[in-house]
Write a protein that binds this ligand. Sequence first.
Ligand code: HPA
Ligand code: ZN
Length: 324
Amino acid sequence: MIDLIKKLPKAELHLHIEGSLEPELMFRLSKKNQVDIPYKDIEDVRNAYNFTNLQTFLDIYYAGANVLLTKDDFYDLTWEYILKCVENNIIHTEIFFDPQTHTARGVPFDVVITGIKEALQDAKAKYGITSCIIMCFLRHLSQEDAFETLDAALKYQDDIIGVGLDSSELGNPPSKFKDVFKKAKEAGFKLVAHAGEEADFSYIYEALDLLSIHRIDHGVQSIKSAALMQRLKDEQMPLTVCPNSNIELKVFETYKEHNIKELLDYGLNVSVNSDDPAYFKGYMNQNFINLHENIELSEDDIVTLVKNSFKSAFISDELKEVYL
Ligand code: HPA
Ligand code: ZN
């Protein structure tokens, strides 16, 4: 089974590029850019990665991102993730970035997007890896702030395929961003949103009905509503599930309690993704391996999960046919 997991060409649909910042690169950039980080060595960093919920992770994740300043930094960050794609046999990836985390520190939008984009162009040229970029609004900030971010993105519409919604979920429901998602839709962006990660399934309904999203990020709380499960099945709405993340952030106490198999058996369009792999102990293959070691998944289940990613990707039907 582990052989099959490693050999299957895969797609990733839920990956925060800032969450792929490995401690080694964090230290290198901290020294180069003279930005202090609250750790004395790599071991100290790893010890700090001990989360009790989403917010305890986000506090550390935003602190880590402070070391990213120049175009080269964003290039190196993205390139290191691409090398992990090669190791994990990921042939298509859709990458989230959080512009507000950087523009709030005075790093121009242009610096961030150009560094990421150039690395992705090189990934295509060197390894044939295809990709898209999705810009996320930070939901703990205001909708007005999100509008400013959307305005900044309008001139990069050739580079940014969609918008998403991430950060602190509880208390920041999708309805808070209804108007900015409407504008993003009118501008032609694909739409996704984190929903039903920690917050209840009402957030998933809001994301579907008020934001008109094309995919739900996480969505594991949908299991609490039979009516929602039926709807997600009928619509074949993609759920980009992130098993390691859910365990590390205590959405489920143990792997054995993870509900991905129930979601899959019910007929939902679920996929496996790594979310913030530098913080959650592993990249794509490790997510599959952990599932396999704790949950009864057949070879067919693994193949279905992988196919669902390609089915739900923001790529042309022609490319889907090649990949499927
Ligand atoms: N949830 C919400 N926001 C995030 C996450 C997540 O899992 N990772 C990075 N930003
Ligand atoms: Zn996420």
